[in-house]
Every structure is written in structure tokens, then in C-alpha cells.
Write a protein that binds this ligand. Structure first.
Ligand SMILES: [Mn+2]
Length: 324
């Protein structure tokens, strides 16, 4: 299947991971702050693999400011041990597995290295220069649709079974990260979906998990109504209120579903001081080169930034870069 730049196959990666756990008493899996179903689902998958090897494992969740979907997902799962900043100090000899992110500042707890020094990074975003350099194992493959795709193959390779609720979360996460099997979707992505269904993912429960309130839908439709296009194919949308980063991402995703739109940029205040920018592309248009001008990061099809710049300067940077 996939190779990473060291020439290793994923099977080599899986074998190395399995061996690495032996040196530690505790394995902690952590994703990015404002976790989504991709990082949570992938964390749960790794958790199951590590537990199956008889090792002590925890999923790190701080529990603050989670989306409605995340809250629903967390409450649908049982028999998972969690850890957070209040009790991580009780654990010794920890191996940290970082999933779906590779910048320390974006971790669910960016002070985690006060508690452990050894870590593994597994990510599918374009490698950033801020990637820490001393990992025990590093796998960053930005052609991968999602972390869940990789972790599904890890579970399948290891012959580990998972609860139906976890398979359901993983299937939902795969669907979200690919924007409904569109972004970065390959035959391996569909195969991963098929494996998850075989592992017990429930299609009805998945739909329930992904449901949104009518109010949210109407609010989003209103924002979309007020968006406009640049060069006829790039949508730009400015939200009038302070918004959650995930709202920006959702609108950027939605804008891609319209005729002729190849890429989308959504801007909104994310707190009193900063604007957030979320960008998406269906594949051809490289949004990362625009987002980099705002010191952001991500991949060529999904990227974001946070900045103290004014709205007018953000807009002019984006428009200039697009027309450039
Ligand atoms: Mn992801």
C-alpha cells in the first residue's frame, strides 16, 4: 500500500509501532486541540490496538470546548480510559502517540512534554517546519485521506476487533475528513470504509452522529448566501460573528459543493483579538500557497490560519494572492 519517505511500507510502520510500546508502561494517544472525529476516531483505533497487546493505554482528552458532534461521539463510547491535565502527572514512563497533527502548539495539551519525552507522530497534513525533530517514529503522509484510513488498516493488519460504536465514529470521521468521499479519496479510502462496515460500523448511528440542528443549517445557509466569488471559481465568505474554527471549516466545505467552485476561503473572528481563516479546495487549486501568506498551514486542499491582522488586510492578501 503506501510508502513513506523513508521507504517503509505501512506494514513496517505497524510492526515498528507494535514493538515500540514494549519499552513503556503507559501509552497516551493525543490529537489536536478542538478534536474532530478523525483525530478522536483514530485515537480510539490506536487505543484498541495497544490494549489488545495487553498494554496500558489512555486517550488524552481535555474536554473543553468540544463540538456537538464530538460530545455525541464521546458519550456513545464506553470502556475507554481517558487522561487529562489533572491526572496525567500520575503516569510514568509514557510513550505519547500524536495523531492528526504535528505542531506542538496545536496539540490538545501543548505542555504535554512536561510529563513525557518520548513521542511518535502520525499525521496526514503537509509537513511544517515546526515539526518536532526527536520523535521515536515519524509518519507524515499528506496523500492519505485521513488518520482513520491509516488506523483502519492498522487494526485490520493486526486482526484487532473494535466495538461497533468505535467503528461507527471512525466511519463518520472518514466521511467528514474526505468531505463525503471527495477530498483525497482513493480506492484505499473506500476499502477502509468497507473494512469499518465489516468491523460493525452502523450506518444509521453514523447518520445520527452527523446530524445537525435545523438552526445550524439555516445559519450556515445564510452565511453561504452572503458569500461571493473571485475569478468565478473561488468562493470567499466573511462571517459576521465570532465563530468556532470548526464552523469556518464546515462552511468552507459546504461552499465546495456548488457549481464551478474550485476553492473556498472563509474568514471570521475566532476570539476578540484574532481572525481565523479556513480554506478548502476540491483538488486542483492550491489553497496552501494563499494560506501561507497568512502564516497558516495545512494541505493543498485543506488549510487554515489564525492572525491578528485586520479583516481588510486579510481580504486583500487573499484576493491579491488569488488574482496574483
Ligand atoms: Mn484529519
Amino acid at each position: 500500500m503506501y510508502n513513506n519517505y523513508t521507504g517503509d511500507t505501512v506494514e513496517d510502520l505497524f510492526n515498528k509501532l507494535d514493538k515500540l510500546y514494549d519499552d513503556y508502561d503507559n501509552i497516551v494517544v493525543m490529537g489536536h486541540s478542538y478534536p474532530d472525529l478523525d483525530c478522536y476516531g483514530a485515537s480510539l483505533g490506536i487505543y484498541n490496538r495497544v490494549c489488545a497487546l495487553g498494554k496500558n493505554c489512555y486517550v488524552y482528552l481535555e474536554g473543553n470546548n468540544y463540538s456537538e458532534i464530538m460530545c455525541k461521539a464521546i458519550s456513545s463510547v464506553s470502556n475507554v480510559k481517558y487522561v487529562n491535565s489533572s491526572n496525567i502527572g500520575n503516569l510514568t514512563n509514557i510513550l505519547l502517540i500524536i495523531v492528526d497533527v504535528h505542531q506542538v502548539s496545536r496539540l490538545e495539551n501543548s505542555n504535554i512534554f512536561d510529563y513525557c519525552k518520548d513521542y511518535v507522530i502520525l499525521d496526514h497534513h503537509i509537513k511544517d517546519k515546526k515539526c518536532p525533530k526527536n520523535s521515536k517514529l515519524l509518519y507524515i503522509n499528506n496523500s492519505l485521506s485521513s488518520m482513520i484510513e491509516l488506523v483502519t488498516y492498522y487494526l485490520n493488519y493486526s486482526g484487532v476487533s473494535i466495538d461497533s460504536s468505535i467503528a461507527t465514529i471512525m466511519l463518520a470521521g472518514l466521511e467528514i475528513d474526505t468531505n463525503g468521499y471527495n477530498l483525497k479519496t482513493t480506492s484505499s479510502t473506500y476499502k477502509a470504509a468497507s473494512i469499518l462496515v465489516e468491523m460493525g460500523a452502523d450506518i444509521i448511528a453514523k447518520q445520527e452522529l452527523l446530524k445537525e440542528s435545523k438552526d445550524d443549517y439555516v445559519r450556515r445557509a445564510d452565511y453561504i448566501k452572503n458569500s461571493y466569488t473571485i475569478n468565478g471559481n473561488i468562493a470567499l465568505c466573511v462571517l459576521p460573528d465570532i465563530s468556532k474554527t470548526e464552523t469556518l471549516a464546515e462552511i468552507a466545505d459546504s461552499l465546495l459543493t456548488f457549481d464551478n467552485i474550485e476553492a473556498s476561503f472563509v474568514i471570521a473572528k475566532v476570539n476578540n483579538e484574532e481572525y481565523g481563516i479556513s480554506a478548502r479546495s476540491i483538488g486542483e487549486y492550491d489553497i496552501l500557497k494563499v494560506i501561507r501568506k497568512l502564516d497558516g498551514g495545512g494541505s493543498t486542499t485543506s488549510a487554515g490560519a489564525k492572525t491578528n491582522k485586520s479583516l481588510s488586510s486579510i481580504k486583500s492578501i487573499i484576493i491579491k494572492s488569488i488574482k496574483g
